[in-house]
Design a protein around this ligand. Structure first.
Ligand SMILES: *Cc1c(COP(=O)(O)O)cnc(C)c1O
Length: 497
């Protein structure tokens, strides 16, 4: 196993590391920077040589590090040496082509380069004037992505860190509309405000729970609508729940539909849900954190029918658009409501500029230059290049699903609309209990993950322990997926021997 190490010490060691005050010298930066680029390039070349899942125990890394900061300056080479020796073994390699747990993602090279330069530029785009380029590039890059995924022009975009925060803003906007005066008066102690309700399916992401909690509604305000056999929200049950709540004096606030749920990537029927929300006057937020980018594929269009009728939509380029973590794209038809909820300008931030200031669009004041990586990625790969890669990942998942379906010893547990396959071992010719199958599949997963070539994760579907394989890394090829299948079958053989 050849593990990349820090390239040999730069020959510029005679240059003083840092003057007593001030930054690292430009000459040192050049030397360390070149070495760092070399480190990253080798990492990208050799990432497959690492065990994908870190082989450390809780506390190992912490104990290997000093408990306080050094008083005296240390040479950067020494810091990098400790990085290699102590921290690298504690990395789980999300960039490994065998990373098939959760959602496979990629820090594409153009995205890495964009983040490198963004750090150097250190733009803080709270006001237009504190970074006209970051402010306006965000609008342009999000406009490009909006067109690619087929959202109408009425949707304005903003970049947040994560889908959790994007969905929180959607709920805050819904609350702003549904509860008059909430910004000024809040919720507690108001006899004029009834109990409030947010609806999502029993498959929706836990970030919706957190958003409801943080919006001050109380966790009980979230009503989970049962999903059907294919894990999709059932619109009839949603309609009935709303009627039931209204009859009980509860005010519906928002419905969150998911396109590409986290467990199975199931697709809620957005058009039917939009019909209900329009008739009832309820905010519709669509969580498409993972799958949203596939709206740029004509063959996936059916999954997104009705998307343009939502009030807000989130999709995460850091999930399946090859963008280094983090970058969540939030689109909203009523960004004015977000601004109404949050804009607040202290005197020292007032400017005469006739321009939009990003600090008005949400909770945070400061903004990183995240749009740079989205822009560089879209230009470097081109829309056709992005589509080709998404298609390749979907085809790999379909191939894997085909192998599962053809095997008498495995069964598939959900449809595969995108690039995630839910399945489990269920060897033929024996009677199994649910508990026995759960234990078997957990042992298979543990054995595969211990091998270091592939990392799988699990979920539980209707009480059944389920293995998941998620394809989304740019370096994952047929060879890796075939190897994963081989390792899973070997693990089954070993566990049933
Ligand atoms: C991953 C995921 C999220 C959470 O994403 P973050 O950006 O990490 O907050 C939310 N919803 C869905 C459907 C997801 O798949």
């Amino acid at each position: 196993m050849s593990i990349p190490t820090t390239p040999s010490t730069p020959s510029t060691l005679s240059i003083p590391e840092a003057p007593a005050t001030g930054n690292m010298s430009p000459a040192q930066f050049r030397a360390h920077g070149h070495a760092m680029v070399e480190w990253i390039a080798r990492y990208m070349e050799h990432v497959e040589d690492y065990p994908v899942l870190a082989r450390v125990a809780p506390g190992d890394i912490r104990r290997a590090l000093p408990s306080s900061a050094p008083d005296a300056p240390e040479p950067f080479e020494q810091v990098m040496a400790d990085f290699d020796r102590i921290l690298v073994p504690g990395l789980t390699h999300w960039s490994h082509p065998g990373f098939m747990a959760y959602f496979g993602i990629s820090a594409s090279a153009p995205g890495v380069l964009a983040d490198f330069i963004a750090s150097a530029l250190n733009q803080q785009a709270m006001l237009w004037r504190t970074s006209p380029a970051a402010t306006e590039l965000e609008e342009v890059a999000l406009g490009w992505l909006r067109q690619l995924i087929g959202l109408p022009e009425a949707f304005e975009g903003v970049i947040y860190d994560t889908a959790s925060i994007s969905s929180l803003h959607a709920l805050a906007a819904a609350r702003e509309l549904a509860v008059p005066g909430v910004r000024q008066l809040g919720l507690p102690g108001r006899p004029d405000v009834p109990r409030l309700r947010v609806y999502c399916s029993d498959q929706a992401h836990s970030s919706i729970d957190k958003g409801v909690i943080l919006a001050g509604l109380g966790h009980e305000a979230l009503r989970r609508i049962p999903s059907d056999a294919d894990y999709r929200m059932q619109p009839d049950l949603l309609r009935a729940a709303i009627a039931d709540d209204r009859a009980a004096g509860i005010r519906p606030l928002a419905v969150v539909a998911t396109v590409g749920t986290t467990s199975t990537t199931s697709v809620d029927p957005v058009a039917a849900i939009a019909d209900i929300c329009e008739a009832e006057g309820i905010w519709l937020h669509v969580d498409a954190a993972y799958a949203g980018v596939t709206a740029m594929l004509p063959e996936c269009a059916a999954h997104f029918a009705g998307l343009g009728r939502a009030d807000s939509v989130v999709t995460n380029p850091h999930k399946w658009l090859f963008t280094p973590f983090d970058l969540s794209a939030f689109y909203c038809r009523r960004m004015d409501v977000i601004r109404q909820a949050f804009s607040l300008t202290p005197e020292y931030l007032k400017t005469p500029d006739a321009a939009r200031n990003l600090m008005d669009t949400g909770v945070q004041l400061g903004r990183r230059f995240r749009s740079l990586k989205l822009w560089m990625i879209l230009r470097y790969f081109g829309a056709d290049g992005v589509r080709a890669r998404l298609r390749a990942h979907i085809a790999l998942a379909q191939a894997f699903a085909g192998w599962v379906d053809a095997s008498p010893d495995f069964e598939r547990l959900a449809p595969v609309p995108f690039s995630v396959v839910c399945f489990r071992a269920k060897p033929a010719g024996r009677a199994w209990t649910e508990a026995g199958l759960a234990a078997l599949n957990e042992r298979i997963m543990t054995r595969v993950n211990a091998g270091g070539e592939v990392f799988l994760s699990h979920t539980v579907l209707r009480g059944r322990f389920t293995l998941r394989i998620a394809i989304g890394n740019l370096d994952t090829t047929q060879r890796h997926v075939a190897r994963a299948w081989e390792l899973i079958r070997e693990a089954l053989a070993a566990e049933t021997a």
